[in-house]
Design a binder for this molecule. Sequence first.
Ligand code: TRP
Length: 459
Amino acid sequence: MSVGSSEKPPVNRAKFATNLGVLAATLGSAVGLGNIWKFPYLTGSNGGAAFLLVYIICMLLIGIPVMVSELTLGRAARSNAIATMQKLSPARQPWWLIGAAGVLAAFLIMAFYSEVAAWVFAYIFKAIQGGILSTDPEVTKSAFNGLVGNPTQSLIWQWIDLAVVGFIILLGVNKGIESATKKLMPILLGLLILVGIRSITLPGAGQGLTFLFQPDFTKLTAASFLIAMGLAFFKLSVGMGTMITYGSYFRDDQDIPGTAFRVAFSDLAVSLLAGIAIFPAVFAFGYQPNAGPSLLFLTIPSVFASMPLGNIFMVIFFILTAIASIGAQISLVEVPVAFLEEKFHLSRQKASIITVLSIVLVGSLAALSNSTLADVKLFGMTFFDLFDYTTSNILLPLGGLFIAIFISWIWGYKKLSAALSNNGQLSNQGIIKVFYGTLLVVTPVLVTIVLLNGLKIIQ
Ligand code: TRP
């Protein structure tokens, strides 16, 4: 993302140098709180294994095809999300609205995402102090509730997170973060594996594995299909232009479908590891799998409490989670920043400051959702839940739907095929046909049905 992001296209737009660089950067956007916090909490609230299966199907039939589309469009236009859609669409057709909806989605996602990151930051310090390390649900619950119920702490940690993200974007040192992420990601993986091993050797752990891996289809509802699809969008950072921006930095000889598959499956592996770390602990210590957004913050301290050197490992765990979250947040914030810069000819500094300050404003509504504004509800949801729900389950699917329709119906097979085969250099005609067919029919039809059904418009 960093690469050339402060330049005005198309002058010398920089490109990712190596295949590993592309993979690391794209994964850096995909992997984040979505894997460690959102995936477990949604899987827990929607019945476990059956939901996981629907999620994987959505990833294959919707998430990956949309990711391929976004990367392709971005590379073809080499511009920010809105300008890409403007450049590639036929005259007087308003496809740029997809990019505009993406900018809106970026703000709303950041509003609650920065608050979850705030909890992670707070937990680094709580872990250092040691007070939260306990296998007793009462202790971990009151620690979490104490944090989110305190308006000052909720706001201050969010500002700290946004200051960190803002500085990285402002100083244009994203490259440093990228290379840091590349090095730290394997450590996070290693630590997740370690926590997973501890968790599955807890007494009573089997129930957690059954919950995660043995589907009970009676638990699925129209709403859970919608939520699984929303998670597929959110996880792969698609539906709002992040991957268009990344695609604009891809080299012409980069294998886009291959990269998308590798990113999606590595990302799934991280989510599964997080699930394996969390669900056995849910059952071993007597938590509720449907605890909601608090799930990670209750169970993880209990697992570490039952490990030698647990306190130190927990500090490292939350530091690495914070770093992963920052990588994802940079990719989110970059969308409005790049747009403001190019559209209104603002300096990178101004664009970054305006963006971060706007997130501070909207974000405070999410930050105060468990304290001062706990009783303010729209459609029965607090601001936090509303931002979380509407972005994943409405805005991203709509963005993805139109991107799929645009690339298959408007851009068409010829251009898509040339782009995905790198003008015939890759011999992947079979894969290209599968993608084309999927984007032409399967993705749009599935997204439409799941959306309408999940939102109870048809039944
Ligand atoms: N995928 C990231 C995660 O799982 C979050 C994220 C980053 C995102 N960029 C995005 C979600 C763009 C939707 C759209 O944590």
